[in-house]
Ligand binder design. Sequence first.
Ligand code: GUN
Length: 170
Amino acid sequence: MDLATVNALSYEDFVDAFGNVVEKCPLVAAAVWSKRPFATLTALEAALGEFIDALPPSGILRCHPDLAGRDLRDGTLTRESSEEQAAAGMDALGSEEASRMSRLNEEYKARFGFPFVICARMNDKAAVLRQLSERRGNVREVEVTRGIEEVKKICRLRLHTLVLTDAPKL
Ligand code: GUN
């Protein structure tokens, strides 16, 4: 849809359309609806970012499923997460990769109290495993900041699949 259509959406339709731009946090879309009209897609993105920053970061991070975790195995991921995890090859790990992923995910959660979040669309499985292994050594404050940066990247890519960009067509 284009931006004019976005700006004309009712509250319910807006939350239906954008409710999962932040994984399982429809509150973000709900809060941002009242800020319309958005002059540009960048303005919508900025409004979402501002509200993300106003929420408790560990709460947002905890709304994310593990990469290659139980929800993937059970088929209970959101459509967006399922597509992203597949794009990073999380649905096609070898058995050794899968057990390494699972062990590192558990270690990460035990250390920080929230799951490892990374923009899966921007990484392949080797990069995901490398980042997970590296980032689990960070201090909590750094990881909270990193995780939220990744949430914003995920949000941006999800938004761009839903809204046509403002760039003029050449
Ligand atoms: N990166 C993209 N989507 C997801 C997700 O659903 N969970 C986690 N942990 N990282 C992601």
